[in-house]
Design a protein around this ligand. Structure first.
Ligand SMILES: [Zn+2]
Length: 313
């Protein structure tokens, strides 16, 4: 599932590409994706509105629109938002005279996609970018498309000034990269919690935006074992975890996220954090601290945790 760095990367991309454009329509083959409106009402509500800015809260993409509305997208397990141009397969026969490259033609002929990218590169070539379930049509001819293999993505539309009433947004914990998220604030949050640290770090109502990947990574850097109980952590250990929450998330944003699984950037490209992983999904590999440890996988509440049994105490 995309976590804070992946969602932040998408939001930064949206601020570069989509701000100032008007929405001219929307499409989905999966009306259940839209949680707040029926599709026809949704299209009616967003049509003609201008994209003012994009921002992030936890793992939610928030797109503020003119007229006091905000479009919210949660990419959930396998969704990622793309900026591109697609045509419906049914339109393809009308376009035969146009000069598409051979790769594109092959894909058209296989007949397994409903929407096909007219832009060559990763939007055509990467299978994870081809599951377009939801589209926002923009005034410059481009589109925002949600590619979502498993169809768990969620879309909401609400009043910008009442965002906290949508889904769980009002109940989310603080943003870990917010300057107001200080060490004192982190310690105070942890002192009110019980349970294993891996689970506490992943709880969006404690701290927003950290999931399976980055909780493993933070604990590897901090040298704390994922099964340690938060109430037994020393002040020094909490300070170290706090330091590496900020460090790892910033590093992952710099890498444009982790594309080991479905996530891609707004342009459909790979992020790079999968090449920097220290623990996540490295079961059986030598610890990069060269301490003789071999990364081990355990299961905590049906989620896997990866750690080095030598340096993570
Ligand atoms: Zn180690």
């Amino acid at each position: 599932m995309p976590e804070l760095p992946e969602v932040e990367t998408i939001v930064r991309g949206l601020n570069k590409k989509a701000v100032g454009l008007k929405i001219v329509g929307a499409w989905t083959d999966w009306a259940k994706t839209i949680k707040t409106h029926k599709l026809t009402d949704f299209v009616h509500e967003i049509k003609g509105r201008k994209i003012l800015r994009a921002r992030r809260r936890a793992k939610y993409i928030m797109i503020d629109l003119s007229g006091g509305k905000t479009l919210i997208i949660h990419q959930k397990i396998s969704g990622h938002l793309l900026y591109g141009k697609w045509i419906k397969q049914s339109q393809i026969s009308n376009l035969k005279s146009q000069n598409y490259n051979s790769k594109f033609k092959t894909k058209l002929e296989t007949g397994d996609q409903k929407w096909v990218s007219t832009i060559s590169g990763p939007l055509q070539d990467d299978p994870y970018n081809r599951f377009i379930r939801f589209i926002i049509f923009l005034s410059n001819g481009y589109m925002l498309g949600l590619s979502d293999v498993r169809r768990f993505g969620k879309i909401f539309l609400g009043d910008t000034d009442k965002i906290e009433n949508i889904n769980e947004i009002g109940k989310l914990g603080p943003e870990p990269l917010d300057p107001k998220f200080t060490l004192a604030k982190f310690k105070e949050l942890m002192r009110h919690k019980r349970g294993v640290i891996k689970k506490v770090l992943m709880d969006p109502f404690v701290i927003a935006g950290i999931g399976n990947i980055y909780s493993d990574e933070i604990l590897w850097y901090a040298g704390v074992a994922p099964l340690r109980r938060v109430e037994k952590l020393t002040d020094k250990e909490l300070a170290t975890i706090y330091k590496y929450i900020k460090f790892v998330l910033k590093k992952a944003i710099g890498a444009k996220g982790d594309s080991q699984q479905d996530y891609r950037t707004l342009e459909g490209k790979f992020g790079n954090y999968q090449n920097m992983q220290k623990a996540y999904q490295l079961t059986g590999e030598k610890c990069q601290k060269h301490d003789g440890g071999i990364i081990k996988r355990i299961v905590i509440n049906s989620r896997s945790a990866h750690f080095c049994p030598v340096h993570q105490k």
